[in-house]
Ligand binder design. Structure first.
Ligand SMILES: Nc1ncnc2c1ncn2[C@@H]1O[C@H](COP(=O)(O)OP(=O)(O)OP(=O)(O)O)[C@@H](O)[C@H]1O
Length: 267
């Protein structure tokens, strides 16, 4: 009997993953010091991805190369399929110290990226007000950074990044400078922002718990020169309360599993 061959139009075409950022063969030397080695990574659109690894493994270096703030020694970063040669409007970097202008009000700080683009004041302030409200700072538009707590300044930094409507938000330890309560509140805000906006968040953290709690995907880097050691997709329930999630067996087991992998890199 003759074998029945599938006809061309019946052959399923595998869907191309929608990767907004692709990192290909990326290496970085600082002089003769090798900080990162041959990194290959895909960052799917709309996901929250964290970079985790021992101190000095090159997390910030990787983030800055994705931002276009630092040139790789070898390899390249592609954003929407195009090679990165410098910073671009589709990526916004939220700095660790949020780099707010101390002499400018919250609204001016949030609207600053739009001001640089030459957008008229009324229009940029309308947009800025929307994002200030979205990060929970309505009513603080006319305040100055020194009048705000660390957690509030952090939100201003986030609102500024959101206001320029970048597809990718790059965050270097966004939760490091605040107390635990603010940190947890901010994590919830980040998760709800991710639900409503289809942004891709890439962030550096030192906290395994935090990475597991907020991430769709965790990239674990090895000790320097940093390489991709593992990629973890935490399978934890997202529909419970924060306390329920933090008590869930899968959440706790994922933390344990990552710690097992990480502790061999710690001296
Ligand atoms: N401009 C620079 N010149 C020389 N060496 C650098 C420079 N920037 C970073 N390094 C070194 O490269 C390595 C990676 O630095 P990077 O800040 O990317 O690591 P990291 O994983 O973010 O560190 P941490 O977790 O401690 O914040 C470190 O050993 C660091 O000392």
């Amino acid at each position: 009997m003759q074998a029945v061959l599938p006809r061309a139009w019946e052959t399923p075409v595998p869907a191309k993953p929608d990767n907004i950022v692709e990192v290909r063969g990326l290496s970085k030397f600082y002089g003769s010091f090798e900080a990162l080695k041959e990194i290959d990574l895909d960052f799917p659109r709309g996901e929250l991805i964290s970079l985790l690894g021992p101190s000095g493994c090159g997390k910030t270096t990787l983030l800055k190369m994705i931002a276009g703030l630092l040139q790789p020694t070898a390899g390249q970063v592609l954003v929407k399929g195009k090679p990165v040669t410098g910073p671009g409007p589709e990526r916004a970097f939220v700095f660790q110290d949020f780099a707010l202008m101390p002499w400018a009000t919250v609204i001016r700080n949030v609207a600053f990226g739009l001001e640089l683009r030459g957008m008229p004041k009324a229009q940029r302030h309308e947009i800025a007000r929307r994002y200030i409200a979205e990060v929970g700072l309505a009513g603080f538009e006319e305040r100055y950074p020194h009048e705000l707590s660390g957690g509030m300044r952090q939100r201003v930094g986030l609102a500024r990044a959101l206001a320029v409507d970048a597809d990718v938000l790059l965050m270097d330890e966004p939760f490091s400078a605040v107390d635990e309560q603010t940190r947890r509140k901010f994590q919830e805000d980040l998760l709800s922002l991710r639900r409503v906006q289809r942004k891709t968040f890439i962030f550096v953290t030192h906290s395994i718990e935090e990475a597991v709690y907020v991430s769709d995907r965790i990239v674990l880097l090895s000790r320097r020169p940093g390489r991709v050691s593992r990629i973890i997709e935490p399978d934890i329930p997202r529909d419970g309360t924060p306390d329920e999630i933090r008590r869930d067996r899968r959440y706790l087991d994922t933390i344990e599993d990552i710690w097992d992998g990480l502790k061999r890199f710690v001296d």
